[in-house]
Write a protein of this length. Structure first.
Length: 335
């Protein structure tokens, strides 16, 4: 495909996490052509954190030298809270190296071209809406259910940022004010009840207080109570373990209560579930959906599909690239 001066053929998507930085080249169809990753030192200096990002981008450009010769557009998924309007990372808990750090400006100074940043769930939602499971839907609710729970909202195909860019923190919606304390400080957030961490914590507590059940979860963890994970809960459930099934069914209830609230508030066209826990539970999405009418006043709630996310481990790369999609050839900027 012949290059033009106005548009890059590929954009660079960067996924900044607490332990690594991943970068990839993505085309206008959302396909990732090359990708790389380097280690991140979250507790180092701001300059060291920036160096990890530039090292990932440099490694990518070295493996694909033609990309360096084209107009660069770099989209970055960074942990929030951040201000996507000015490209500043504010104070992410898992990246203490950056406080009010002008990440977009620093990367633009280093490489030139256009640089955009947003939080990972927002960007992943945009990637799913453009290229993934949400393609063809205008209004989309995306959630990444893994160690924690993050969410992103697309309204009319655009990320809903709210007044200051802090909207979309759906993982910290309280559904049980008597529930466990979440890492954010609130009680009973859906993250504290249905994330991978929460599932494992509930399973360990249940196995400990009911040893007479001889749960398969403990044997799968080689007798180590602290070794019980959400994956082990799911494996024990498939073996017919009663306690594991009890844990998963309560998880389905929590998710149905939460998503019922989302539907009543937003009535999206589609709900997309990504992340490791969601991928594990994909065959059981029907268990969540059949509970929705009990927790939703919208009589047509079952018409809203619950779909597994298209992007897996590389969702951050695709999400970063999606932030720059308007600059790719064949795509018209959104007004």
């Amino acid at each position: 495909m012949q290059k033009t001066e106005k548009s890059p053929e590929l954009v660079i998507g960067v996924d900044v996490g607490g332990t690594k930085v991943a970068a990839g080249l993505v085309d206008r169809r959302g396909e990732i052509h090359e990708h790389t990753r380097v280690l991140m030192n979250p507790s180092g200096s701001a300059a060291q954190g920036l160096a990890a990002v530039t090292a990932a981008i440099d490694s990518l450009l070295e493996s694909t030298p033609h990309a360096r010769n084209s107009k660069l557009c770099i989209g970055i998924c960074a942990p929030g809270p951040l201000d996507p309007h000015v490209g500043i990372v504010l104070n992410p808990p898992n990246l203490p190296c950056w406080r009010n750090f002008p990440l977009a400006a620093e990367i633009s100074r280093h490489y030139g071209g256009s640089v955009k940043i947003d939080n990972d769930a927002n960007a992943a939602a945009l990637a799913e809406g453009l290229w993934g499971a949400g393609r063809g839907y205008k209004n989309l609710f995306y959630t990444c259910i893994g160690t924690g729970i993050g969410t992103g909202i697309l309204l009319d195909g655009k990320i809903f940022h709210g007044r200051t860019g802090a909207a979309g923190e759906g993982g910290h919606v309280t559904i049980d004010f008597n529930g466990p304390v979440c890492g954010c400080g609130k009680r009973g957030c859906i993250e504290a009840l249905a994330s991978g961490t929460a599932i494992a914590n509930r399973a360990r507590a249940l196995v400990a207080c009911r040893p007479e059940a001889n749960s398969a979860m403990l044997s799968l963890a080689h007798g180590d109570l602290n070794g019980i994970s959400s994956e082990i809960v799911n494996k024990a459930h498939t073996k017919g373990d009663f306690l594991a099934s009890e844990i998963l069914h309560s998880t389905f209830d929590y998710l149905a209560i939460w998503l019922g609230n989302v539907i009543d508030l937003l009535e999206p066209d589609v709900i997309i579930l990504g992340g490791g826990v969601a991928a594990m539970l994909t065959p059981l999405f029907g268990e969540i959906q059949k509970r929705l009418p009990a927790w939703c006043i919208n009589s047509r709630c079952l018409e809203i599909p619950l779909l597994p996310a298209h992007y897996g481990a590389n969702a951050g790369i695709a999400g970063g690239a999606a932030l720059c999609c308007d600059l790719l050839p064949g795509r018209k900027p959104k007004g």
